[in-house]
Design a protein around this ligand. Structure first.
Ligand code: SF4
Ligand code: SF4
Length: 292
């Protein structure tokens, strides 16, 4: 196995280490040939499986992604940055000049590799065999994935939404709209129904709905769009979320949208780089992306 990092925070690699003793159990089936978090090495060698975390943000990332693809029998896009572009996709809401200016202000030296014009998922550059989104990827999901692949299986991907795993229910109580979670948010009641933006209806399942289910916080969409959200051409996450919030609160969509001063961050924090959304309805994603 090789674990490779492109442009990312390292959180999904930590999910692997987060498995604790189970990580050591996994290492009884795999030999770890490249994982810079735990041992030094020059480059990934030929391996059966490579877990690739992060986005291709510049020329060095691209070279690493291509080299890994050539040397790995199975390539897994690990985490939402790799699968959907992740939070780096928010760069697509700005022109190139903006971030070049930021780099220069931050004192970046001469040795800056050539940047990509915009952020795109890893499969825009190399072919990908499996996708494991999540920010970070849930450790339990990674565990069962590696077990199944280690036994020669082909794990099925999750296709439904966070709502299908969520224990919260509608109770016809209404309220909101609210911009942030307030102290009197009602446990057990669906966040959308209470007038909070919850991305659960559009987000891929597989995390056991950990935010609304265990942490009393609405889903931010970190597992990226569900299959339905990707396939249904009329659906734009921004328009759809506003429609649902408007229906649950009785407020007009124009009024609801005023709450969200930074629409890319609120509605597309993890998926603005997803090409499927770019061409959708006027006034939705396409209006947020600087270069289409
Ligand atoms: S909208 Fe959010 S709170 Fe409501 S059921 Fe879906 S995931 Fe749970
Ligand atoms: S509930 Fe939503 S934001 Fe929370 S872990 Fe799951 S997909 Fe990510």
């Amino acid at each position: 196995m090789a674990v490779v990092q492109l442009g990312s925070c390292g959180g999904c690699q930590l999910s692997l280490l987060d498995l604790g003793e189970r990580f050591l159990e996994i290492m009884e089936s795999y030999s770890m040939e490249y994982f810079l978090m735990i041992k030094e090495a020059d480059a990934p060698p030929e391996v059966d499986i490579a877990l690739v975390e992060g986005t291709v943000r510049h020329a060095r990332h691209l070279a690493m992604a291509r080299m890994t693809r050539e040397r790995a029998s199975l390539l897994v896009a690990l985490g939402t940055c790799s699968v959907f572009g992740g939070v780096q996709g928010l760069c697509n809401a700005h022109g190139e000049g903006r971030w070049e200016e930021s780099l220069s202000r931050a004192g970046a030296g001469e040795d800056i590799p050539m940047f990509t014009r915009r952020v795109m998922p890893l499969d825009a550059y190399v072919s990908v065999d499996f996708r494991l989104p999540g920010c970070p990827v849930p450790a339990e999901l990674l565990w069962s994935f590696l077990q199944q692949v280690g036994e020669g299986g082909r794990p099925a991907r999750e296709t439904a939404t966070v709502c299908t795993e969520c224990p919260r229910t509608g109770r016809g109580e209404g309220g909101g709209p609210h911009r942030f979670i307030e102290e009197d948010s009602r446990p057990g009641t669906c966040f959308l129904e209470q007038g909070y933006l919850c991305m659960g209806p559009l987000t891929r399942d597989g995390c056991a709905s950990r935010c609304p289910g265990s942490w009393d916080y609405p889903c931010r969409g970190c597992r990226g769009p569900s299959d339905g959200a990707l396939a249904f051409q009329q659906l734009d996450p921004l328009r759809e979320s506003l429609r649902r919030l408007s229906r649950s609160t009785g407020e007009k969509e124009e009024k609801v949208v005023e709450l969200f001063m930074d629409a890319p961050q609120a509605f597309f924090m993890f998926s603005l780089a997803e090409p499927t959304f770019r061409g959708r309805r006027r006034g939705g994603t396409s209006g947020l992306v600087f270069r289409i």
